[in-house]
Design a protein around this ligand. Structure first.
Ligand SMILES: NC(=O)c1ccc[n+]([C@@H]2O[C@H](COP(=O)([O-])OP(=O)(O)OC[C@H]3O[C@@H](n4cnc5c(N)ncnc54)[C@H](O)[C@@H]3O)[C@@H](O)[C@H]2O)c1
Ligand SMILES: O=C(O)C(=O)C[C@@H](O)[C@H](O)[C@H](O)COP(=O)(O)O
Ligand SMILES: [Zn+2]
Length: 377
């Protein structure tokens, strides 16, 4: 494994923000700002070998692959363009992408470029983790959610019919280039879903950031560029800190899963057709807050602030009658945080004070789910 990443010496021409993810003797930069895709000289420096596979999907490739093509000249490159959607985050697609690397004759110094949202990023990263037991990859996130969350931290993988992200690997990117110009084409619903993962970071461990989000909710909902870039940078910095302290989720990193035990169950139960990941996380955070209240850990006032902020940002706060509470609980039993057959959930003591709680009473979870299913969406 190479230790010092020469990327730490490279600076894009634009007025981008840079946050480093420090992993002991390794580190990589997350660049955030406009024009990064077209700044080919910069990201091209990260590619060490001759072979490149651009991993994208049928929506994003026509929009953004032409922007990066010039930077690939002189390399032996190909693209793997998957169908669009969470339902395609499967092993079958990983096998196809690995086949594309094989056809290229990709060697160990090959690089995968993830050009897209979180689905593409998780799958491109997993492809890179699998090929010859691990090659380089670069994240070029094109959704807000991918910029603030999935492109950073090295969680990669795919879904199984039994549940979300059940198979994967920790495999860190070599660099992240979050070109905020690409958000111009992002549909409004997808944009709002990304804001949920911003709120999550603040709700877990940064009450000052949470208040800042409350003060800037209207501007963020309207995609005002200055507060948006500030919000992206603050969330990335927060996540980078957590990942630096606990890269492989032995402890603190599990907190980044606030709302996800519920959220993943909602996504799976709806066959990825009902709630987007960010929306499911928004609902899941409210459920976690309600459960925390019921267990005597937190006040209703904190749940109220969380609900209000999510609603201001245009996010859902209740699941609707998607599936019976028992079905959702059954899906939650396969969550990766659970131990010894017992639910381990991220709950909170209030805004900015999340914690991992083992052995959570299933009857209490069922009660919260049942009440939420009957509440208006
Ligand atoms: N690895 C992690 O740490 C991590 C963190 C959070 C989420 N995730 C995963 O990320 C996934 C969700 O990611 P997502 O919300 O980005 O969804 P996504 O990747 O499905 O992208 C959302 C939609 O927007 C489209 N799109 C993307 N960029 C666009 C652009 N610039 N213009 C127009 N359309 C564009 C996509 O084609 C897709 O239809 C889930 O699978 C989730 O599990 C992973
Ligand atoms: O980076 C992390 O750690 C996270 O938990 C970030 C989450 O937002 C993300 O959805 C992640 O994919 C969930 O991971 P999982 O381990 O619950 O599958
Ligand atoms: Zn998430």
């Amino acid at each position: 494994m190479s230790h010092e990443n020469p990327m730490s010496q490279i600076t894009p021409a634009s007025t981008s923000r840079r946050i480093d993810v420090e992993l002991g003797s390794r580190r990589y930069p997350v660049w955030i700002g406009p024009g990064l895709m077209s700044d080919t000289a910069t990201w091209r420096e990260t590619i060490r070998g001759r072979h490149v596979l651009v991993f994208s999907n049928r929506t994003i490739a026509p929009l953004y692959l032409p922007k990066i093509e010039a930077g690939l000249s002189g390399l032996s490159w190909d693209s793997y363009v998957m169908d669009d959607g969470e339902a395609y985050k499967t092993f079958a697609n990983i096998e196809q992408a690995l086949g594309a690397l094989a056809r290229m004759g990709a060697t160990r110094d090959a690089c995968v470029i993830a050009l897209g949202g979180g689905v593409v990023g998780d799958m491109a990263g997993f492809t890179a983790a699998c090929w010859m037991r691990g090659i380089d990859f670069i994240q070029m996130p094109t959704t807000l959610l991918a910029m603030v969350d999935s492109s950073v931290g090295g969680k990669t993988g795919v879904n199984l019919p039994a549940g979300k992200n059940l198979v994967g690997a920790f495999h860190q990117p070599r660099a992240v280039f979050a070109d905020t110009d690409s958000l111009a084409t992002l549909p409004a619903r997808e944009y709002r879903a990304g804001l949920a993962e911003v709120v999550k970071g603040a709700a877990i461990g940064d009450p000052v950031f949470f208040s800042w989000l409350e003060d800037h909710a209207e501007a963020l909902a309207a995609r005002d560029p200055a507060p948006l870039i500030e919000a992206i940078a603050r969330k990335v910095a927060y996540k980078a800190g957590v990942v630096a302290r606990d890269e492989t989720e032995q402890g603190e990193r599990a907190l980044l899963n606030l709302g996800h035990s519920f959220g993943h169950a909602l996504e799976t139960a709806g066959h990825y057709q009902t709630w987007l990941h960010g929306e499911a996380v928004a609902i899941g955070m409210v459920l976690a807050a309600q459960l925390s209240e019921q267990l005597g850990m937190a006040d209703a006032a904190d749940t109220g602030r969380l609900r209000r902020l999510l609603l201001q940002l245009g996010l859902p706060v209740a699941p609707g009658a998607l599936a019976p509470a028992e079905t959702l609980l059954q899906l939650m039993r396969l969550d990766k945080k659970n131990l010894a057959g017992k639910l381990r959930l991220i709950l909170w003591d209030g805004i900015g004070r999340a914690r991992l709680v083992p052995g959570v009473d299933e009857a209490a979870v069922l009660g919260v789910l049942q009440a939420a299913i009957n509440a208006p969406v």
